[in-house]
Design a protein around this ligand. Sequence first.
Ligand SMILES: [Zn+2]
Length: 236
Amino acid sequence: MPDELLTRLRRFNTDYFPQYRAQFKDLVDLGQHPTTLFIGCSDSRLVPYMLTGAGPGELFMVRNVGAFVPPYDGSSGLHGTAAAIEYAVLALQVQHIIVCGHSHCGGIRALYGEVPAEATNLKSWLELGREATLPVQLSEEALRRTEERSVVLQLERLMDYPMVRSRVELGQIALHGWHCVIEDGEVNVFDVNLGRFVPASSADHSGTGPYRAHAEEERESGALFNEINDAWAPKA
Ligand SMILES: [Zn+2]
């Protein structure tokens, strides 16, 4: 008896692959030319292909606990995520970079609690979200706000990558900050001008255009994250 995973692999080959055979052949013959780098949390409930309707060859993807972007200077060690960003921008020349967090994120929740002592890598990795935490009592609302703030924090760190910053400023790359509310099937997109997340159902854009103009101001004042800090400051 084949095990469950083996059964699924066989099913992919016989039931699913045939309808995509020509598409995969083109992608092999012509190479991949994805226009989007998707940096998402590893959470199994976040399904980027479903959210974006993307098929083979459309998303260059890197996922990690929390959807974090490590510092460009490599100060926290070896980074597959940093390598993927460099490859996507320099080799693939993507035009969009999405950072996608989500509701009920275990990585974000762990910032308010303990991680197993044995999980030394996880413990240091989670520090990439530390700055997004709030000095408030833990609540669903605080977690939601921390998840959203973390997405913005990662976008800011992304702008420390010289190859990203220069292309964003030239309008060659658009940054997108997304927060997926799993239970609602809604993705909230970060609107830089408003300084908050807006449901995709009522947003004007998916996080593109306005970032550029704002990035100019932000470079002078360092305001992007401050602004959102103010907007989300704990109520007295
Ligand atoms: Zn998560």
